[in-house]
Design a protein around this ligand. Sequence first.
Ligand SMILES: *Cc1c(COP(=O)(O)O)cnc(C)c1O
Length: 224
Amino acid sequence: MITGNLQQILSELPEHVRLVAVSKFHPEEAIEEAYRAGQRIFGESKVQEMTAKHEHLPKDIQWHFIGHLQTNKVKYIVPYVALIHSIDSRRLLEEVDKQAAKINRTVDCLLQMHIATEETKFGFSFDECREMLATGVWQQLTHTRLCGMMGMASLTDNAEQIEREFCSLHNFFTEVKQQWFAASNAFCELSMGMSHDYYQAIQAGSTLIRVGSNIFGERDYAAH
Ligand SMILES: *Cc1c(COP(=O)(O)O)cnc(C)c1O
């Protein structure tokens, strides 16, 4: 089932869009099946769970961290994480930089933007992000590289609202790229779109979709 689901999604993806297979709460056997089908990018939202999976599974897997990241746990993922999607404060970015400097590694990061109506989601508002960039502090960081932005649309059936939220993020991404990253080829990723809304996200300019349940089935939260 996993292999079929994966191939179905990949067959529809435009060339400039990459798939992050969100394997959180799923066992290592599920990841191994997707790996055998050729998938190499996996997304996780818990530090302990991702670190255990990283230790057990093939070393050419690219682990993307997509959940809320606490500063005291940064050090556990910095040695191996391929991309952190969820930088939601200047303090967190500075902590990633500090831990990465200790082991002389550069860690790729996305700024998480709050575009949904739900209060529960993390991320910068557009104004908070503008303010953070205007401080210039991030330009002094030597062991993190800002590669773009991530966002989650509201959990709603209203397709127009989802479209509006994704488009607003794409517009903001373009604004920030022009103002601060015009000379940076690395600042090119827009991570948006999940199982129920990735078609719309691609329409709105996503370059990384994060798909879990459409590949692996429903998550068994009770088992954790
Ligand atoms: C769990 C999760 C996903 C995947 O959600 P699905 O609906 O299962 O595709 C994507 N992004 C983030 C940030 C998540 O936490």
